[in-house]
Design a protein around this ligand. Structure first.
Ligand code: URA
Length: 245
């Protein structure tokens, strides 16, 4: 590929700026200062550095964010801070969150520019499981658990007007939080709007705190604090089926 394209993919600058930077001797290939921005490089073999820092070639970018409460899972928003604002230092174009969490929900959010992976994780046909830690107003009865696990009417309708029940889910009772509220893990295989809150509402309960712990094979790194993020590890990329980074 052309050197200016390679540098552009690393968000070094516009084509025009890159031409200037290269002319000023800021880029080296295998230790030799590059003279022109339109030369060809082998991104898999050549060691390309800019301002002394070696750039590795990644076609796509993958970040795990511990989404805090109070931030929206959108790419732009007129009023609230967005999850992209939290990754602003990365200066990566085209990142999108893989699915949405409500403004008052915290936890795992994957942000990437790999549209194929987003599609695979969100496609309703794939039924990727998501695990949520849910703190609720009151204890669930055995009947409530059965309803949640079998599929429940949360107000959605099919094209023919009949109730579109949620897919079978799994409830795990986890004990109490420090305020004495019951804590459960709810494992669902869809991503309907406000799904967890609506499911609990449908059994006469209420969600007081909601945190996503995992999405498919990807688990929230508990060493992250809310608002912090990191790149996915090679191991995580592998379990997500990412072949070419
Ligand atoms: N279900 C909800 O109700 N809210 C979320 O943010 C995620 C799942």
């Amino acid at each position: 590929m052309r050197l200016d394209k390679f540098l552009g993919d690393h968000n070094i600058g516009t084509r025009k700026q890159i031409k200037e930077y290269v002319k000023n001797g800021r880029c080296s290939i295998n230790g030799v200062v590059a003279k022109k921005a339109d030369i060809h490089v082998d991104e898999n073999k050549d060691e390309i550095s800019f301002d002394g820092k070696v750039l590795s070639y990644s076609k796509f970018h993958y970040f795990m964010l511990y989404k805090p409460q109070g931030v929206v899972s959108a790419t732009t928003d007129g009023r609230n801070k967005t999850v992209l604002d939290l990754l602003a230092d990365e200066n990566v174009r085209g990142l999108s969150p893989a699915g949405r969490l409500d403004i008052d929900t915290e936890g795992l959010l994957l942000l990437t520019d790999d549209g194929e992976l987003i599609h695979r994780l969100l496609s309703p046909k794939k039924h990727v499981d998501k695990v949520y830690e849910v703190h609720i107003r009151k204890e669930l009865s055995d009947g409530n658990i059965r309803q949640l696990e079998d599929g429940i009417d949360i107000g959605d309708t099919k094209d023919d007007g009949t109730p579109d029940l949620t897919l079978p889910a799994k409830v795990e009772i986890k004990g109490m939080d420090e305020d004495g509220r019951p804590v459960i893990h709810l494992i669902i295989h869809e991503g309907r709007f406000h799904q967890v809150k609506r499911m609990l509402e449908a059994v006469g309960n209420e969600v007081l705190f909601l945190k996503r712990l995992s999405m498919g094979p990807l688990c929230l790194d508990e060493s992250l604090v809310p608002g912090k993020y990191r790149e996915l590890s090679d191991k995580e990329l592998k379990i997500l089926g990412v072949k070419e980074k």
